[in-house]
Structures are given as structure tokens and as C-alpha cells.
Design a protein around this ligand. Sequence first.
Ligand code: MG
Length: 344
Amino acid sequence: MTRRSPIRLHRKAIELTLRHPWTIARGTSAVRHNVLTRIEHGGFEGYGEAAPNARYAEDAGTVLKALDDMAPLLGDDPARHEAIIDRLAAALPDSGAARASVDIALYDWIGRQSGLPLYRLFGADPSRAPLTSMSIGIDTIAAMQERAREAVDFKILKIKLGLGNDREILEGIRGVTDVPVYVDVNEGWTDPRAAVEMIRWMESMGVVLVEQPLPAADLDGVRYIRDRVDLPIIADEAVRTLADIAPMASVYDGINVKLQKSGGLRMARLMIDRARALGMKILLGCMVETSIGVTAAAHLSPLVDFADLDGNLLIDGDPFRGVLIRGGRLVLPDLPGLGIDGRW
Ligand code: MG
């Protein structure tokens, strides 16, 4: 037997500039600091990306540190990705974004080495890729209307709310477009009774789902809301990974799965199956990411009910090109692995 060489892991911090300042209920950002990863083995490469989020106590520094700790644990065969990811999760359980970047790079490597686009590894039919929403952060009503007008290619908008002028915002959006709207409150409301009143009003405003209306810890509050409204209530901040899903099945109608929360494609796939088995709806989301992270998620999109995969469209100067949008629908690359155009 020939000795295999260890998997080599490279990483690089990058600064992403938002096209417009990005405001959600918990804060504003003008730039994001992500980390790109690249694995090398046997003459093939695989690319990944970490998009750390302060909500989960991660930043570029914690990601770089976690990646340094992960590098010696990768072993010598990327095809054993399940064992590798399990090993990383056991050693560094709180490193969702760092682990996601390695998981994505491993899948990209496997796809390139086997000549298969990732969607084929997941048994997904690219012709069933869903529409994606385009997200509009909180801003002046006029600026949000302008974003909505710019989003002519999209058949669904996702509107960020939760800072107090929610009715004015939705009325403003309705002044310029009739497309269905996802609403994301990002834990921004605190009063379940006021939330019920607001969501009932939204039912007449073309809203089709409401994401994370209350703080993740307020399960009684969400139950109170859900018993009194018709719109599906989707958990985002309340569901990070697999073990979080079952306890939420009696609280929420669905979950928002993001590779950066779950720790990558493998766990996201398990979460999709678990949520489906529990009768829950699945929204596939992302963070502010380049086309590496967003394209990785897009390869799972034919398996879900709703997609919000627009993080690469929120930044200026995406260094990569991958998933495209045509008629509001995700178009998956047909090349091996992620199918990304661009190198580093
Ligand atoms: Mg959300």
C-alpha cells in the first residue's frame, strides 16, 4: 500500500463590502469578514467559505483559529468526508462556520474528483431548483422601495422588519410591487399579542411566511402566535443544527437551514430530512457570502420548499461566479463539484 499524503488546508480572510449598508433588527453592517478555505489532495482542489455570525459568537478570528485546530484532524482521504466532519464536530463543537467551510471544500473536492456536480451527489434534480427571494435590509422607506424596484428579476422579496415601523415598510413595499413577500423579524418583536395583530394584518398584504418573530428562547410566545395566525412561522435563530429541530416541531411550522449555522452541506442535508420527517417546511437560507457559499447551498435547493439564496448579490465585487438566477429561479452550475468559476 502506498502511503497517502495528508489533506492540505489553506485559508484566507476576506473583506466583503455590502452594496448597501445592511440593517436587520439586531444591527447594521457595511462590511463582512469571511474566510475562504481551499483543500488540496491528490491533484484536486476543493473550495469552501466560512461566513461567521456574531449571533452565534463567531467572527473571522475564531474561524481562523478553529481552522488551524482542524487542519491536523483532516486525515488523508477527502472521500471519507462524513468521518472527517464528525471528527471536527466532536473536537470543535461550536465552530459551525469554520466546519461549514471545510465541509463545502470536501464536497467540492469529491465532486471535482468524481466529475459530478454536487447536486448529483445529493440526488437533487436541478430542474426543480426553486425561486429564490431577494432580501431587502431595513432602511428608509424610499431606499427600501428603490431596492424593491431594482429586484425586477425576482418573483419573491424577503423584507427585514423588527425596528418599529413595520407597517410603514410593508405599505411602502406594496406601493411599488405586488410580488409575494417573506418577512424576517430576526427576533425583533417582544410582545406576542402585538405580533398576532401584525401577522393577521400581513395576511392581507401578500406576505407568505414570517421568520423568527420573537427571540429564539421565547417558545411560549411563538406557540401563542402560531395558534392565532394562518401564515407559516419559520424558525431561524431558534434552530441551529440537527438536535434543535425536534423540540421545535410543536412550536414552528418550519425551519431556516443555513450551511453556516449547521456546519455545512452534510448536516444541512440531515436537517432537511429530519424536518421533512417531522412535517415541517424548509427554507434554505444563507449569510452574506460569496458565490462559493451560496452556490454550495444552491445545490441542495431542489430538496426544499423555499429558498433565500441571495447573499452573493448583496456584496460588491464577488470574486467568484457560480449559481445564477433566471426568471427568479436558481440555475445550478453543471460543472463538477460546486461548479465555481474563479480561483484564489
Ligand atoms: Mg432569518
